[in-house]
Design a protein around this ligand. Structure first.
Ligand SMILES: Cc1cc2nc3c(=O)[nH]c(=O)nc-3n(C[C@H](O)[C@H](O)[C@H](O)COP(=O)(O)O)c2cc1C
Length: 241
């Protein structure tokens, strides 16, 4: 892996923490049995030259969203630099890596991202570039609107279009969105829940996509985390003249 790409990932790892509760460690040449038995979405994961270990601080309320948001920041940076990635939420061998990681009292490894170059077929990067990922294997926006949502127009349409393309464990796409005025609220559906991967982590991934979609549409907002539901709300910042 070229040093300048590793440096970029290091930067993101140490500086991109918009939601408290997540950190990551980039491990070079991870132990060969870390992904043993894991069949990646794009084939077996072997000889991953690096992996990113995602660590959550379990006493933080938004720990799952924070790990999804932070981890997807690293994935998007890698992808933008032509590097392939695969999120691995459940089937990694924690014991094979734990000797390399110093965990705090309330910390837990919530996921690992394999980073490298896909060996066969179309790489993820090529798929992203050609638009294969996304539209075909993702739910339409209309199916993702939560009860009582306004229809997406303008910036909310761009934001939801980007959020819709987010990856999720077993492609379960647990997120639901409700547009209310100048805000988008996020809910999650518990169906298809895997014991080891929280749907809230998937929602954190979609939240980063949503924010990038909004920025691309020329608007900026801030995240709020209300008590109970929704799990998060993206609120447009008021323009000041
Ligand atoms: C949190 C999370 C955990 C995942 N865990 C695994 C995994 O353990 N093994 C695997 O092969 N893929 C894993 N994936 C990849 C998903 O299966 C993949 O992103 C999803 O099926 C969508 O595929 P696509 O992005 O190629 O359309 C995971 C993805 C996420 C977001």
């Amino acid at each position: 892996m070229p040093d300048e790409i590793l440096d970029r990932l290091d930067d993101i790892s140490s500086s991109f923490h918009p939601i408290p509760g997540a950190r990551s460690i980039i491990v070079a040449e991870p132990p060969s049995d870390l992904f043993k038995g894991v069949i990646g979405s794009y084939g077996a994961i072997t000889d991953s030259p690096h992996c990113i270990v995602l660590i959550g601080d379990m006493i933080q309320q938004q720990v799952q969203e924070a790990v999804g948001f932070h981890g997807e920041g690293l994935v998007l940076e890698a992808t933008a630099n032509g590097v392939d990635t695969c999120w691995v939420g459940g089937f990694f061998r924690e014991e094979s890596i734990s000797s390399e990681i110093d965990l705090g009292e309330y910390e837990k490894i919530l996921g690992v991202i394999a980073v490298g170059f896909a060996s066969t077929g179309k790489s993820r990067t090529e798929k992203v570039m050609s638009g294969i990922i996304g539209s075909r294997r993702r739910k339409e926006i209309q199916k993702l609107l939560y009860l009582g949502s306004e229809q997406p127009t303008g910036w909310t349409r761009h934001a939801l279009e980007a959020a819709r393309l987010a990856p999720s464990a077993v492609n379960r796409q647990p997120w639901r969105f409700r547009i209310v005025g100048d805000s988008i609220e996020i809910f999650f559906k518990n169906a298809f829940a895997s014991k080891s991967i929280s749907p809230r982590l998937d929602c954190g991934i979609a939240m980063l996509h949503l924010e990038i979609g909004a920025l691309k549409a020329g608007v900026k907002g801030t995240w709020e985390f209300p008590e109970g539901e929704p799990i998060a709300r993206y609120m447009l910042q008021k323009q000041t003249d």
